[in-house]
Design a protein around this ligand. Structure first.
Ligand code: BGC
Length: 516
């Protein structure tokens, strides 16, 4: 009799457990894809091998080691130039459907132009593409991920309008060589970052400190380069390969929160950092956001400038740029609190035009530095903002990641990934068309000015080992499970399992006691 009671009790508890854990799991839509991202300079190494030319990052790190936290560089990095097979092993282990990597422009065009095409470079990327396809993984190529050929920097890089033609010739080469097999293209990685920090704040190469002038000029030339490349693909390659090929751009942004619910200020922040690049491409009428143009024009007037620092595109450019993307690659890491500026800035600068202050929030989970708070709700809100502004566009999350010191039992990264995937699911459920998630990054790599002091990989790389051994982290095991089940496995589910386990044991004890 007693044992019957126990059996009934146990089955009830089991049912409750199954119920509890399955009700916590949310499913990803059928066509949603999972992948991961990387970039050439951050992982390849082989900086002077097989005819590769120099990029601004080679020159910057070699000439200014003091600018990098650990005085390192990407000369060897994760040595993916020689070890792609190990990266592929990780890709397969994870079960990735997409792998996003970038082409090093100076590896295929050592001088940044058609005067010399480096066949060895083409061979390297051909082998990556073929190996991915053989493994049933869709390659997604970023054409530009911060590593401008030094030769083009000598003629002022993105400040020189001829960059439009140089970029077009470069993308023509890539489409021509790889377009028969590659159907997913990203022209530029984080255009705002390229222009603001390369040509405004001087935080990144080419370290031009000309905030409020050169950063806008860069944005203008970059958008034009993007649009010309899009047109080239549609006119020359789309039919040729009779494909469903897609060309997009990757834009990054943080969401802004206002303590006083100042939506105007939040909007202003988003327009200055995201709208300035997104609206010309994705906005229904195209062109730069009005608030941005208006403020800059007012400040031009105040400063007595006789030339506009940023002017609306003429109708030819406006129409060429408008609609020039099949998808938005969106990259999100963190958010900020936004506040009205405390004291008015003087002179000319982006900061003065933008006219807001930002801070962190002690309520947010802090990251390895104050730059990296985990704010998953910011992702959901910014996705909703984008979709409200630009309509039903396709969005792929082409980067999202968490920095730490390289722990293999990286629970914080597991939590970060889970929480951000939940935000994506929330956004999808409210109608935002997010079609993929490619977190940053497949493997640990050279983290720009932070060198090797910050790690983002799902796989660890031992940078003190000449073999650059890769090791699977806990986050990789977690992500693999999500991909396999296509469910948002609750980090909570580990918590829930232990919670329900304890509950189970307790009820059993009580049950046994009651039946005695
Ligand atoms: C970049 C990556 C970078 C990551 C973390 C993004 O801005 O695209 O290259 O490693 O953020 O900083």
């Amino acid at each position: 009799m007693k044992s019957h009671l126990e059996i009934i009790l146990l089955s009830t508890i089991l049912l409750i457990n199954v119920q509890l854990s399955s009700s916590n799991e949310r499913k990803f839509p059928k066509n949603f894809v999972f992948g991961s991202s990387s970039s050439a300079y951050q992982i390849e190494g082989g900086w002077n091998e097989d005819g590769r030319g120099l990029s601004i990052w080679d020159v910057y790190t070699h000439e200014n080691p003091n600018r990098i936290a650990d005085r390192s560089n990407g000369d060897i990095a994760a040595d993916s130039y020689h070890k792609f097979d190990e990266d592929l092993k990780a890709i397969k282990e994870l079960g990735l459907e997409y792998y996003r990597f970038s082409i090093s422009w100076p590896r295929v065009m050592p001088f940044g132009n058609n005067s010399l095409i480096n066949e060895k470079g083409i061979e390297y990327y051909n082998s990556i593409i073929n190996k991915l396809l053989n493994a049933n993984v869709t390659p997604m190529i970023t054409m530009y991920h911060f590593d401008l050929p030094e030769e083009l920097n000598k003629i002022e890089g993105f400040l020189n309008p001829s960059i439009i033609e140089y970029f077009k010739n470069y993308s023509d080469l890539l489409f021509d060589k790889f377009g028969d097999r590659v159907k997913h293209w990203v022209t530029f990685n984080e255009a705002f970052f390229v222009c603001r920090h390369g040509y405004g704040t001087a935080e990144f190469p080419p370290t031009i400190s000309d905030s409020g002038i050169s950063d806008y000029k860069c944005i203008d030339n970059l958008l034009k380069s993007h649009a010309v490349t899009y047109k080239l693909y549609k006119e020359k390659y789309f039919k040729k390969y009779d494909s469903n090929g897609k060309v997009g751009i990757a834009l990054n942004a943080r969401f802004f929160f206002s303590e006083t619910n100042d939506t105007e200020l939040v909007n202003r922040g988003l327009e200055f950092e995201l709208g300035i690049l997104a609206q010309p491409i994705f906005g229904q009428n195209g062109g730069y956001p009005e608030i941005v143009l208006k403020t800059i024009a007012e400040n031009d007037k105040k400063e007595g400038l006789e030339f506009p620092r940023l002017k609306q595109f003429d109708s030819t450019w406006l129409n060429l740029i408008k609609g020039s993307a099949d998808f938005l690659g969106f990259q999100y890491y963190s958010s900020r609190m936004i506040l009205p500026i405390s004291s008015e800035l003087t002179g000319i600068s982006f900061e003065k035009d933008a006219n807001y202050n930002i801070t962190g929030n002690p309520k947010w989970k802090p990251g390895i530095t104050s730059q990296w708070y985990s704010v998953p709700e910011g992702l959901e809100l910014i996705l909703k903002w984008i979709s409200k502004k630009y309509g039903d566009i396709e969005i792929m999350i082409t980067e999202n990641g968490w920095a730490d010191k390289g722990e293999l039992e990286d629970d914080s990264r597991v939590e970060f990934l889970r929480d951000h995937m939940e935000s994506i699911l929330n956004a999808i459920e409210s109608g935002v068309r997010v079609t993929g998630y490619l977190p940053w990054s497949l493997i640990d790599n050279f983290e720009w000015n932070a060198g090797y002091t910050q790690k983002f990989g799902l796989y660890g790389v031992d940078f003190s080992d000449p073999n650059r051994k890769r090791t699977q982290k806990k986050s990789a095991r977690y992500f693999k499970e999500v991909i396999k089940t296509r469910k948002l496995i609750n980090q909570g589910s580990t918590k829930n399992i232990s919670f329900t386990f304890i509950l189970t044991v307790l009820i059993i004890i009580l049950g046994i006691m009651a039946t005695r």
